[in-house]
Design a protein around this ligand. Structure first.
Ligand code: NAG
Ligand code: NAG
Ligand code: NAG
Ligand code: NAG
Ligand code: NAG
Length: 345
C-alpha cells in the first residue's frame, strides 16, 4: 500500500525534472573533490565539494543543488594548503625553504662546530605538522684528549665543564729526554675528534768525538739522549770553529760538531789595517796571533792615482794570505809613505 502523499511527491519531482534542464559535470576546483561526481545531474540533485587532505576551504559554499536552469551557481570556494608552524629559524644553523605549506619539505644544516640532532629535512604533513620533528643544532663535543705515550698534558681547559667543544685545544709535553714528533697542540675538530696526536720518542745521540787539538765534555752516562749537552774546547793557539755548547737533537745527531782551528801568526812587522772597522796596528792587535776566521783589510797603493784602497784577508786554520798588493817597507826606508797614510781612492 503506497501512501498517497508519496505518490503526490514523486509526481511533483517528475514534473520538476521534466520541466528543468540537467546540470553538467561541475567545474574542477583545485585541490577539491566533488561528491557525487557525474557527467550530468537532474535539477534538485545535490553535490558537495570538499578539500583534499592537506587543504582547507576558504570562502564560498561547499554544497550546491542543481537548479532548474541547469547551470551551477558560481562557485567561490577555495581550497588552500595547510600552513605548518613557522620553521624559518634554526639556532646555529640554516633552514632552506620556499614556503611552510603542505606538501613542502624544508631542509636543515648546522654551522661548523654544531651537528644536527634530528633529521636533515622535514615535511609539512596533511595535518599541518612537521614530520619528523624539527631538529636542533647541538654543539660538537670532543672527549677528553688521549695523552700520547711518554707525554704529559701541559695545558687543557675544556670550555664546557669537562667536555671540550669545537676548537678547544690541548697541549702536550714529552717526558724529559723524549723528543716530540708532530704538533704539541691538538684541536677539537668539527667531527668531534682531536687533530693528530704528537708522538714522543726516545732519541739517542752517539758520543761526540774529540776534535783534533781540543777536547769535549759530556755527561757520564751509558747513553746520551735528546737535549743532552756536550761542550767543546781547544788547546792553546787553537780556536773553536763553531759553538762551545752543542745539544743532542731530535734527529739523533748533535746540533753542531765544532772543530779546532789553528790561529795565524803575524809575519808582518809593521802595518796598519782595518779590523772591525777600526784602524789598528796589526802586530799589536794580534800579538798572540789571529784567531781562525778573523778578517782584516790591508791598505794597498794605487801608484798611478797616488791613492790607497783596501783588500781583505782572512785567517783560515793557521794561514793568512796577505794580499799581493800589500807592500811592506823595510824599516830603514823611512822616506817612503805607507799605504795607510795615503788618501783613499
Ligand atoms: C638529541 O636530542 C635528543 C632530544 O632533544 C636528546 O635526548 C639527545 O640526547 C640528543 N642527542 C645528542 C647526541 O645530543
Ligand atoms: C666532571 O668533572 C667533575 C669534577 O671536576 C667530576 O666530578 C665529574 O665526574 C666529571 N664528569 C665526567 C663525565 O667526567
Ligand atoms: C700546531 O697547530 C696549531 C693549531 O692547530 C697551529 O696554529 C700551529 O701553527 C701548529 N704548529 C706547528 C709547528 O705546526
Ligand atoms: C676525525 O674524524 C673524521 C671523520 O670521521 C676523520 O675523517 C678523521 O680522519 C678523524 N681525524 C683523526 C685525527 O682521527
Ligand atoms: C742531523 O740529521 C738530519 C737528518 O739526518 C740532517 O738533516 C741534519 O743536517 C743533521 N744535522 C747536523 C747538524 O748534522
Amino acid at each position: 500500500m503506497i501512501s498517497p502523499v508519496l505518490i503526490l511527491f514523486s509526481t511533483f519531482l517528475c514534473h520538476v525534472a521534466l520541466a528543468g534542464r540537467t546540470c553538467p559535470q561541475p567545474d574542477d576546483l583545485p585541490f577539491a573533490v566533488v561528491v557525487p561526481l557525474k557527467t550530468f545531474y537532474e535539477p534538485g540533485e545535490q553535490i558537495v565539494y570538499s578539500c583534499k587532505p592537506g587543504y582547507v576551504s576558504r570562502g564560498g559554499m561547499r554544497r550546491f543543488t542543481c537548479p532548474l536552469t541547469g547551470m551551477w551557481p558560481i562557485n567561490t570556494l577555495k581550497c588552500i594548503p595547510r600552513v605548518c608552524p613557522f620553521a624559518g629559524i634554526l639556532e646555529n644553523g640554516v633552514v632552506r625553504y620556499t614556503t611552510f605549506e603542505y606538501p613542502n619539505t624544508i631542509s636543515f644544516t648546522c654551522n661548523t662546530g654544531f651537528f644536527l640532532n634530528g633529521t636533515s629535512s622535514a615535511k609539512c604533513t596533511e595535518e599541518g605538522r612537521w614530520s619528523p620533528e624539527l631538529p636542533v643544532c647541538a654543539p660538537v663535543t670532543c672527549p677528553p684528549p688521549p695523552v700520547p705515550k711518554f707525554a704529559t698534558l701541559k695545558f687543557h681547559k675544556p670550555s664546557s665543564g669537562n667536555t671540550s667543544l669545537y676548537q678547544d685545544t690541548a697541549v702536550f709535553e714529552c717526558l724529559p729526554h723524549y723528543a716530540m714528533f708532530g704538533n704539541d697542540t691538538v684541536t677539537c675538530t668539527a667531527h668531534g675528534n682531536w687533530t693528530e696526536l704528537p708522538e714522543c720518542r726516545e732519541v739517542k745521540c752517539p758520543f761526540p768525538s774529540r776534535p783534533d787539538n781540543g777536547f769535549v765534555n759530556y755527561p757520564a752516562k751509558p747513553v746520551l739522549l735528546y737535549k743532552d749537552k756536550a761542550t767543546f774546547g781547544c788547546h792553546e793557539t787553537y780556536n773553536l770553529d763553531g759553538p762551545e755548547e752543542v745539544e743532542c737533537t731530535k734527529m739523533g745527531n748533535w746540533s753542531s760538531l765544532p772543530s779546532c782551528k789553528a790561529s795565524c801568526k803575524i809575519s808582518i812587522k809593521k802595518a796598519t789595517v782595518l779590523y772591525l772597522g777600526e784602524r789598528v796596528k796589526i802586530q799589536e792587535q794580534f800579538k798572540n796571533g789571529m784567531k781562525h776566521g778573523d778578517k782584516v783589510s790591508f791598505f794597498c797603493k794605487n801608484k798611478e792615482k797616488k791613492c790607497s784602497y783596501t783588500e781583505e784577508a782572512q785567517c783560515i786554520d793557521g794561514t793568512l794570505d796577505v794580499p799581493k798588493c800589500f807592500k811592506e817597507h823595510s824599516s830603514l826606508a823611512f822616506w817612503k809613505t805607507d799605504a795607510w797614510d795615503v788618501k783613499p781612492c
